[in-house]
Write a protein that binds this ligand. Structure first.
Ligand SMILES: Nc1ncnc2c1ncn2[C@@H]1O[C@H](COP(=O)(O)OP(=O)(O)OP(=O)(O)O)[C@@H](O)[C@H]1O
Length: 629
């Protein structure tokens, strides 16, 4: 064969520095690129054989990665289609043969070179990030082909000579440079291969490993084992997302989940994604148990392209709220190695985004309809995620409003529509608005809840970290409804009706009572009001107005522009039940000091029942009680 020397392409003189510079942070991907090329070449020969364009023996199709620590080389070998010298010139020399000129033009304009590199198929050249010299030994599958050898030292000079391969396929030999000697460690290569190649469709062999094999029985009849050397195969070539859901059982999905996340609890359920128009995408997404912590277990979805691992940063490809899911997505249509801004604008990515959202909503809806009871049991784990989705995605809201649940203090679950119907008769105020009552802590707010129950009002439990936002969102979405925390006012005023109770006190008594309580409490932030309440209601109730509390909550969570509310002191209303027997008794007690003492006791009791009496106030209360008894 003719020896040939040449220059890679007159337009590409500056390409190596570009590759080196922009892929610098991610040197390890050279292995992903070269192994992917080897896998592609293997897949191609399989396809040619299937189409009878290749009739020779396919042999044992696999890719082998080997390491020679002494020679400081890494070799990636395949028995795929191989290349003729002509093909080397075409595919390797003329980088991205579609147009190096175009590449350079674009590069000049681009802010982010990654945006470009991925699009121009420069995978092979990533070898030069870690090598001083790269050699290709290849023999094409085509009959009568001669083996070819290509050598390049990272400059734009190359050399093609006769090669030494005797059977179909390609070896890519990397002479690792000094700065990258870390890649000459076995464990390091194993780690990278596992990271990117765990689910590649062709077996990847990396050396051998020792396994124990049964070897009959010993003299005592106990099983014996012998050590055998077997190929160290990195990957599972048929991960479940490549199979049809009809071939798979629940155990298969659970087992795969364990493979991906060995230390996680079993997932709640999963969705098998499979679409080939208008884009290509397969995958399995799992719903993990999220519980109430807004657990930052994101980046649990792994993105693959034709079974090659790409990244677990799927932000922008998967809608934000779905980042709580786990699993894999495989799509050759997602642009790789591209910048964020590019991804966001990519129309495929947008379609993928809404496809996934729709599938997730459909799956939840299916579960809800199929087995409501089982769904309710899982609500605790998926509620946070569904609410998050409803807040952040309009389309998801529209679907999820059918299967989102509200849970009351009795542990009963209702859809939004069911709940509306349930509470409408008793919880509609005089303006015709529905008032939903809720608690964030049923144990702490028990006295308020009981008071509400006495009036046959229902109380919802809203204790997840995003419920504040969720309530706000529902108020915007649902007309004529408002939400009030049970401690936002005395129960008579939580839902204002036309009926107006009057209290039995004279104006003079009211004034006096107010003074007594103000003296007893002696805190300006506690605003005393004498109210006409049911004689059976609590004598004293401490409340914080809903609106003010929400503003303060938001200020605490760092809501924009809410700082002002955060700086206000907490202010409460102390509602004195003018119709209660105890209040009457205080008024009738002889001596102002005794009256104040009783008032303080009644006030402390209110604080106590509302979980607000702590520290020295609590100690004083106990001492005072002991004396009184
Ligand atoms: N092991 C191999 N066997 C046969 N052909 C190969 C092999 N490696 C590379 N090639 C040929 O060289 C071409 C260029 O490879 P390169 O990795 O630079 O780009 P690509 O694989 O086309 O795109 P990308 O890597 O960006 O997906 C390939 O398309 C293929 O035709």
């Amino acid at each position: 064969m003719v020896q040939e020397k040449g220059t890679i392409s007159i337009h590409t003189e500056n390409i190596f520095p570009i590759i080196k510079k922009f892929l610098y942070s991610d040197h390890e991907i050279f292995l992903r690129e070269l192994v992917s090329n080897a896998v592609d070449a293997t897949q191609k020969i399989k396809r040619l054989a299937a189409l009878s364009h290749y009739t020779g023996d396919l042999g044992d199709l696999k890719v082998e990665v080997s390491l020679n620590e002494e020679a400081k080389t890494i070799t990636i070998s395949d028995n795929g289609i191989g290349m003729t010298a002509e093909e080397i010139k075409k595919y390797i020399n003329q980088i991205a043969f579609s147009g190096a000129t175009e590449f350079m033009e674009k590069f000049k304009e681009a802010k982010d070179a990654n945006e470009i590199i991925g699009k121009f198929g420069l995978g092979f050249y990533s070898a030069f990030m870690v090598s001083d010299k790269v050699e290709i030994q290849t023999l094409s599958f085509q009959e009568g082909s001669e083996p070819a050898k290509w050598v390049c030292d990272g400059s734009t000079e190359f050399e093609i000579t006769e090669g030494s391969r005797t059977h179909r396929g390609t070896d890519v030999i990397l002479y690792i440079n000094q700065e990258n000697e870390e890649f000459l460690q076995k464990y390091k290569l194993q780690e990278i291969l596992e990271k990117y190649g765990r689910f590649l469709p062709v077996p990847i062999k990396f050396g051998t490993k020792t396994e124990q094999e049964p070897d009959g029985e010993d003299a005592d009849g106990k099983p014996k084992y012998k050590s055998v050397e077997v190929d160290n195969i990195i990957n599972n070539t048929t991960p479940i997302w490549t199979k049809s859901p009809s071939e798979l059982k629940d155990e298969d999905y659970l087992e795969f989940y364990k493979q991906l996340y060995p230390f996680s609890e079993d997932p709640l359920f999963w969705i098998h994604l499979n679409v080939d128009y208008p884009f290509n995408l397969t995958g399995v997404l799992y719903f993990p148990k999220v519980k109430n912590d807004f657990d930052p277990q994101r980046n649990k979805i792994k993105l693959f392209s034709r079974q090659v691992f790409i990244t677990d940063e799927v932000k922008d490809i998967v809608p934000e709220f779905l980042m709580l899911l786990h699993g894999v997505i495989d799509s050759p249509d997602i642009p790789l190695n591209v910048s964020r801004s590019f991804l966001q604008a990519d129309s495929n990515v947008k379609k993928i985004n809404s496809y996934i959202t729709r599938k997730v909503a459909d799956k939840l809806s299916e579960h809800f309809k199929k087995d409501r009871k089982a769904y309710e049991e899982k609500w605790n784990d998926i509620g946070l995620f569904v609410k998050y989705g409803m807040i952040s995605d309009e389309k998801f809201y529209d679907k999820a409003k059918e299967f989102a649940l509200l849970t009351n203090t009795k542990g009963e679950h209702f859809t939004l529509e069911e709940y509306k119907e349930k509470v409408a008769p008793l919880q509609t105020n005089k303006e015709g608005n529905l008032v939903y009552l809720y608690t964030i802590d049923a144990a702490k707010q028990d006295s308020y809840i009981q008071a509400a129950h006495k009036k046959e009002y229902d109380v919802l439990v809203m204790n997840s970290p995003i419920d504040n936002h969720f309530i706000h969102h529902l108020e915007m979405k649902q007309e004529k409804t408002s939400w009030k925390r049970v401690d936002a006012d005395v129960v008579e005023k939580l839902i204002e009706k036309d009926e107006n109770l009057s209290h039995v006190l004279t104006e003079e008594e009211t004034g006096k009572l107010k003074t007594i309580f103000e003296m007893a409490i002696n805190k300006p932030e506690m605003k005393v009001e004498i109210e006409a309440l049911n004689p059976d209601a609590m004598p004293v109730t401490v409340t914080m107005e809903e609106w003010m509390r929400r503003m303060k909550d938001m200020a605490r969570l760092g809501g924009g522009g809410m700082g002002f509310y955060g700086s206000l002191p907490d202010s409460y209303k102390v509602a004195i039940n003018g119709n209660h027997k105890l209040i009457d008794r205080i008024l009738k007690t002889e001596g102002e000091e005794q009256q104040v003492q009783l008032a303080r006791q009644a006030y402390d009791l209110a604080l106590l029942s509302q979980g607000m009496l702590t520290g020295a106030d609590l100690t004083n209360f106990v001492n005072r009680s002991v004396q009184m008894i």
